[in-house]
Write a protein that binds this ligand. Structure first.
Ligand code: ADP
Length: 418
């Protein structure tokens, strides 16, 4: 293993893995810290945690456990991955986890940048922009768990850290590796331990890459990943995303209610796909929704991909939440869709697409899949993956977080696997 990565949430881990694969690395994503050795060779392993909003001590403990596992597996460099909108609170967890990893690695300096220009996240003079607006005007100021009210990342990170936070600004980054290295030495001499790095284009990230070559720890969103594989002598190649040949039946399970997913469900139906809506209120009333859905699917699977969905628009979701409560409804639907996903695999589905971040987590857990090999990208942020089921059989899996993917995503995804 060359690069060992620790991601603070599940779909963020896949996003990072996808960028590494596109830059030439063979990547395995593990669900939590793996209990067993890797099942395949890999250049990078991404340990997917769910530590973004955990109490600080728990986030630190899980991240350090992941680090120890990656070190034992031979990782030469560690990458701590967080959200491209720097999701955190004044208590953490980006700062505390970064400093704990620095202590554990016995290193005195690292960088931090959520820049991801492909996804309209840019950092300029230490300020994070989302599209054309500053972070605190992007809607993130209203996030229920991690409201981001200050776009100045030096200030945001400083509030979470013991050490001194500095800046490597755009003028430095524009001049490339030697000047970035000089700036790092100057910051170190000044007592700085973590530097926010400006980047507004992919070229900035590619210029930054070589300057990070000997850094034991890098912390970033998924953007910085595009510049690292080169440091290990790797360049983009389709071999990195090769997966075993896809076989078996095809299905989509969708529990995402995001705008993009609503369009994708409608487009699948418009194109004549076989689709079954799961009604949360029927589950709530005790009907055997899982068995009914599986019987419906069994009669149709041989003819082509089927879609089973709870996806609803804002009005539909609200009506359900009013009756069942938001948390209870969410968990009920997640459990039901996860049971349906398991049942579909028992019926012979070997190409499964799951829509929704939380829904994906529930399905992967129910399927008992401990690790994913990352394959080719379907749309930005969503690759096909390959997993080994507990039975030892292979399963092709794509996990789509809410607002990712084009309107015809469900229609085109299986074709791309061929
Ligand atoms: P996304 O990635 O779009 O946010 P998630 O799967 O993370 O999707 O979250 C969607 C949440 O909404 C899940 O907890 C899911 O169980 C719940 N849910 C799905 N369908 C409905 C529905 N019709 N009514 C209420 N809640 C729903």
């Amino acid at each position: 293993m060359k690069l060992g990565c620790i991601a603070d949430d599940f779909t963020g881990a896949t996003d990072l893995a996808n960028n590494l694969v596109r830059a030439g690395m063979r990547v395995i994503q593990t669900i939590g810290v793996a209990a067993s050795p890797l099942q395949t060779d890999a250049d990078a392993v991404v340990v997917a945690l769910k530590s973004r909003t955990l109490p600080r001590a728990d986030a630190v403990a899980q991240s350090v456990a992941a680090l120890r596992w990656l070190q034992a597996a031979g990782a030469r460099q560690i990458y701590f991955k967080y959200c491209s909108t720097f999701d955190s609170t004044p208590a953490g967890n980006i700062g505390p986890v970064t400093e704990a990893l620095m202590d554990a690695l016995d290193t005195r300096f690292t960088i931090a940048t959520p820049a991801f220009p492909d996804n309209q996240r840019t950092v300029f003079k230490g300020h994070l922009f989302v599209g054309d607006v500053l972070l605190n005007q992007s809607g993130m100021q209203n996030h229920p768990l991690t409201p981001m009210t200050d776009p100045n990342l030096v200030r945001v990170l400083q509030a979470q850290c013991r050490g001194k936070v500095g800046l490597i600004d755009h003028r430095v980054v524009a001049q490339g590796e030697p000047v970035i290295r000089e700036r790092i030495e100057a910051l170190k001499a000044d007592g700085v331990t973590i530097a926010i790095v400006d980047a507004v284009t992919n070229e900035d990230l590619l210029r930054l890459g070589p300057a990070l070559k000997d850094m034991p720890l890098v912390t970033a969103g998924s953007g910085v990943a595009i510049g690292l594989p080169r440091n290990f002598g790797l360049s983009p190649s389709s071999a990195a995303s090769m997966l075993p040949t896809a076989t078996g039946l095809q299905a989509v399970v969708s529990g995402s209610c995001s705008l993009a997913t609503n369009q994708q469900v409608q487009e699948f139906i418009r194109c004549g796909g076989a689709a079954l809506a799961v009604e949360p209120l029927r589950i709530g009333s005790g009907a055997d929704v899982v068995q009914q859905a599986l019987a419906w699917a069994e009669a149709r699977l041989q003819a082509g991909p089927v879609l089973i969905y709870s996806t609803a628009d804002a009005g539909g979701v609200k009506a359900v939440q009013t009756q069942l409560g938001a948390d209870a409804a969410g968990q009920l639907v997640e459990r039901t869709l996860a049971a349906i996903a398991s049942g579909l695999v028992q019926l012979g589905v070997r190409q499964l697409l799951v829509a929704g971040g939380e829904t994906s987590g529930a399905c992967v857990q129910a399927l008992g899949v401990p690790q994913l090999q990352i394959g080719p990208q379907i749309d930005p942020g969503v690759p096909w993956c390959h997993a080994l089921l507990p039975s030892g059989e292979g399963l092709h899996l794509a996990l789509k977080s809410g607002n990712f993917g084009s309107a015809d995503f469900f229609v085109k995804a299986f074709g791309q696997l061929r």
